[in-house]
Design a protein around this ligand. Sequence first.
Ligand code: MSP
Length: 649
Amino acid sequence: MGEEKTFYITTPIYYPSNKLHVGNSYTTVAADAIARFKRLTGYRVWFLTGTDEHGQKIQRQAEAAGKAPMAFVDEIVAWIKELWEELDIEYDDFIRTTEPRHKEKVARIFTHFHEQGDIYKGKYEGWYCTPCEAYWTERQLVDCKCPDCGRDVEMIAENAYFFRMSKYAGRLQDYIEAHPEFIQPVSRKNEMVNNFLKPGLEDLCVSRTSFDWGIPVPFDPEHVIYVWLDALSNYITALGYGEEGSLFETFWPADVQLIGKDILRFHTIYWPIFLMALDQPLPKTVFGHGWLMLQEGKMSKSRGNAIDPRILASRYSSDALRYFLLREIPFGQDGIFSLENFITRINTDLANDLGNLVSRTLTMAERYFDGVLPEPSSAGNSDAELRAVALATPAAVESYTDQLKISDALAELWKLVRRSNKYIDENMPWDLARDPAKEPRLGTVIYNLIESIRFIAVMLQPFMPRTPERIWQQIGLKDNSNLQSWPSLMTWGALKPGLVVERGEDLFPRLNLQAEIREMQGSQPADRDSGGGVEAEETEGLINLEQFQQVDLRVAKIVAAEKLPKADKLLKVEVEIGEDDLRQVVAGIAEHYRPEDLIGKQVLFVANLKPVKLRGVLSQGMLLAATTEDGRLALTTVDRDISSGSRVS
Ligand code: MSP
């Protein structure tokens, strides 16, 4: 038996000082996707998250809320756990720093450092930033404020314990230089080395006496242990550090520790030095990702529904939120969260690309084969290419995910989604269906599409855990874990003909952007704005985007046309707006076009006009045409051949 492959990944532990916003959820969603990916590809994974519950900030907030600190954090922790459940965060352990299993080990670590001579008692005089729980020297302050968050600092003077950072600084710098994969992205490594290590590390104050919401120093209980020494230790205390046969022995050192860039200094300087002092190996990679910002600046919980992750997940589905977070921002860079970007991603990538692929394919499978997966028996147009793209995608997705380039991994997967949609357009199954001799080819096309959908669903699992379930249901693979597995992607054509497929609800219905913005932000469109907005006269006769979007404009392909008896100006035209949607319209174009010249033309079409009868003939829409000065009509077309039913906006 080969050695078991293990993988340990952590997130920062969050301050339960307030409910989390969508920016905080970002790290945890990314960590969950990576953890799920490693599980899917055969690793034994340990995924840890939790809460950082001690410190002056929490104590003060609890006081302000009129609660005991423990009761205060209990409530928020319960909320955070519910959030993780709603976002399908499948952690293996959730550590709270107020748990005995943690406190007792931190106390032992502190004593060990003291006995080893790494911690000594001295006098602390200096500046303290309470929100960051960080000490600063005069020199480090920027305009007398905290250099990290820009807020006020307090002068503190007290007896305190210090950790001899200087003893380990040289070793750490050598380690960082020799291990380029340790601090990522690389730009962050230079920042740490140049700003903190090179100027020389000062000893760190690791105890406080001015408050008591913390872990007492075991041999001097007037003091509580500095909250960052307490918090950073969670990554090993949760594994049972120091206990024989514990998970620590299996999983340490961590493979990936994900954090936001603002807490990089603690994780790439203090944390490795504590580990060196414990004589333990350092994590393989500490990755500092960028921040999710709002257009107007930093996020704060008070900004409302649009950034409350629980509201977003329940309204749009956790899969949509996860997809957006993972896809929109290249991991490592800052990104903007806006409802507009979010809804646009849902509409383009999820509704148009993925959702349409599944619904078009299954509609055709039901219509042409009664929902029974046909045999692939007749090779043809672009089969080889679709197959090649599908077979190459898993390795590309894996390689990007391993490099923590999750956005690129998803972009790669979407190439297969788009290639599959293009395959439909190239093979035009609805045309094949008109000729019974082409049935074997039609069957092959449908088979290949469903096989491609299976590939996509397998790879989607770590990123959007719920959607694949819905796809298995629709393509008849609900109980077939073999064909949902990563190794099954080695072979194209593993699906067994004869499976029964059943089209379900659309995976991601299209959303109306303006309506969503109004609802979530409570904002009014500009032309309805009464105070300080656009003046009423200026907007008279104008419509807003939402009104325009009420018109369902499509590209329609004319498939039949004939004259209407006893009506010189009218033609009865049949158009196709999608493979399953034929409409009949009565159009006043008989004096301008001969019926036979119209067949095959792709014309702009209003698809949601109320049906009317003209000369007793039903008309279900309108072809759009321009009128020249001399009264001639020209139908409006698109400038290349595209799928019937494409939306025009
Ligand atoms: N408790 C410390 C971490 C201790 S780890 C041993 C802490 N907590 S925090 O709740 O303030 O922040 C947790 C994480 O959320 C940090 O990694 C921080 O970077 C991240 N984020 C906070 N706001 C964020 C965004 N707007 N966008 C992305 N991440 C953000 O720091």
